[in-house]
Design a protein around this ligand. Sequence first.
Ligand SMILES: [Zn+2]
Length: 294
Amino acid sequence: MLGSADHPRHCRFCYQDEPAVTFKDEAHAMPAAFGNTGLFSNYECDACNHLFGEGIENHLGNWTKPIRTLSRIKGRNGVPTIKKPGPNKGWRVEYSGTGFQLEEYEDDPFFEVDEAVKQLRFELHRDTYIPVAALKGLVKIGLTLIPDVETQHFRETYDWIRDTNHSRNFVAEFPIFRTFIPGPMRNDLIVLMLMRRRAGIDTVPYAFFTLAYGNEVLQVFLPFVSQDRCIDGRPLSLPPFPTPGSLNPALHGRPRVKVENLTGRKPVKGEKVPAIFGFDSVQEKTTNQPAGEA
Ligand SMILES: [Zn+2]
């Protein structure tokens, strides 16, 4: 549990204290969807908790859902199942605890099986999300972790993540360094890292936040507006910080780093997320459904 349990409690996101705001609900330091069952905070009020849960955390959840499914990350209701959008039946990607169950219909093929290289290729779809809202959801986790003494420096950033108007200008350059680590990564290891630059350095942002789970590492800076003026207009170039838990790259391939831009303000619909599975063997499932259907 982060922060003091003493009363009156103070909310670091809206700056209000008890009894003006209440602290009855569990405030996850990072959303449960990422597999967090153990890290909570005492400094997020119920109103802010609901505001984030119904807003930016949903957008972050939608943006990360395909990779959470492929990484077998268990949220409140287990590993999320992804299926063909729309009312009609169709393909389905589901994790059962022992392996992935993949379904498609004969007249609506979805998976491309390459027996020669033992690979299965497909494209998952991503639920609609607003990029900048997903970015706020990621930054929010970092702002939850920073020590109390630092919160005063990030006022503008706290105000920005609470602002439900996603069209407001904030920081011009806001890259996310995303590393994809191939292979069967652990699905029960979460790495959260917070870094502050050393005194006397003015070539990098003041604070960095890194989140690693499953096959993905996301690295973003936490804007401290006055301290980050020194890097205004300069392109941000940084090595991705290594996180524990990497597999043998000789066996599964090297981690791949990409810079993602999540500053878009318009909803993104129907985005495709390509995936490649390596397999040892394929078992065809018998079905009780009428012949020719499944
Ligand atoms: Zn609050």
